[in-house]
Ligand binder design. Sequence first.
Ligand SMILES: [Ca+2]
Ligand SMILES: [Ca+2]
Length: 246
Amino acid sequence: MKQSCGLRLDSPEPQVESQGRRIVVPRCAKLSDAAFFSFADLCDRPLGAADYLAVGHAFHTVFVADIPRLTMQERDQVRRFITLIDTLYETHTKLVCTAELDPIPLFYVSEEERKTSVADEIFAWDRTVSRLMEMQSAAYLTTSVRSMKADQFLSQYKLKSLSDQDFKDMWRRYDQDDSGFLDMEELRVLLEDLLERQCGHRNLSDELFDICVDVIDKNKDGQVSFDEFEEYLSDFSTIESTMNQA
Ligand SMILES: [Ca+2]
Ligand SMILES: [Ca+2]
């Protein structure tokens, strides 16, 4: 977990605790640190910034489903949604939304309301839209992916059957300087992550590191290309056999 405090898995339903209040988590994947909520779970109830912060700290990925079209009639929900997005943005949480509409027209304000209203929500909405856009961007997702712990990160994937998209997502974490290659330091992080996943520790010996480099760096140029990375990870038996020499 991002922070173990706050999330309770001992009760019949997982809950996030915040200032004595409990937010029921309808579905969560314990190992991958992802939680699934509906819009109503988070925005139809009297929750505030502290509650959303607890959610952002407990999970790396938050799904928010069924975001309805919002109008000034749902001002409370709009205000909470704005706070939710601000908070998840601050905590670098990966956000996956399903909504009836794209973010911009999601909150409908009539011309009349725009002229006469002094509602903060109307002004704050523009920022929410830009944050929602940014949160779908590669840069934001990269920050999010790189801040995960090894077990959280790798448990999202089936190492035995990785898809093309999985390779790209994983590469994003390990090519930390976006150079297009993994240097030896970056490769070491990948191997330590894999070792932790397979063997429960990160003590990668120099000897094992050399064995792995020999297997992975096919053209022996001292760095790992995406193709080499993909080739190594697409054959789980190679990962297993190299890691088992630890
Ligand atoms: Ca690199
Ligand atoms: Ca190479």
